[in-house]
Write a protein that binds this ligand. Sequence first.
Ligand SMILES: [Zn+2]
Ligand SMILES: [Zn+2]
Length: 305
Amino acid sequence: MIFSVTILGCSSAIPTPVRSLSAQVVNVHEKLYLIDCGEGTQMQLRKFNIKAQRINHIFISHLHGDHYYGLIGLLTSSHLLGRTNPLHIYAEAKLKDIINIQFSASDTHLGYPLNFHDIDPTVHEKIFEDEKVTVYTIPLKHRLLTTGFLFKEKAGERNIRKDFVEKEHIPYSEFSKIKAGGDYISDSGLVFKNRDITIDPPEPRSFAYCSDTAYFEPIIPKIKHVDLLYHEATFMDDKKDKASENFHSTTIEAATIAKKAEVKRLILGHYSTRYDDLQLLLKEARSVFPNTELGEDGKVFEIEL
Ligand SMILES: [Zn+2]
Ligand SMILES: [Zn+2]
């Protein structure tokens, strides 16, 4: 069962010829969720062969333009391409007004329901769940109110031991009850305990998106032990003062958060346009947290079971 993150853009503020603006697609068991939607996101989706029509939920971290200016284009194109499925957007309440004023001015009437869900970026809470995943907000420290997002896979069903059910002739009709944790009682009244019939499901996986933010230790308990952390690293360590003035982070700060939160892997992103050679940023971050990788447009990060 897949759990992956595809980076669509990782430039901060302004796009470059090789780096688009913030957006990424989270794939949980083949359901796609979009986080942020910088200008050009619809083109990035096409470039990396991801069908926008498969995305039903969009999460917007904050209202700096580099994180949502691509939304109006994506919403409009989806309409022109004949979308009929409802689309849900999770963002600060103001976004609804911003989008509606553009639709009103252009006399656009979508052929699909667009549902806005207001989120409060100042609290850590559950904002979404379906049968596969739960999404929580992670309040960040930025010039505007900003939230990160934590995607937590739901625990799967228990795995049935084939050897055991064959040996004891447990009927198939009982499997769904057993997978859900139930014991099995045979016709003769013999009780088979669930712990003997099944083995634990794989550990649920998790991904945290933290952009944009200054160095902010209160996020550590919220992202503790996640499998994958995307943390912005707008600047290198020599621009630490500039990073803090602008409520952004450095490579070393992103890596320090990863280390303190004991995450499994760190992805860097949201790079300042001043950097052509990202290897320098990677080297710096790895000096603190070795299991760091560079976010780059089109890269897919899979979380193995
Ligand atoms: Zn940004
Ligand atoms: Zn920002």
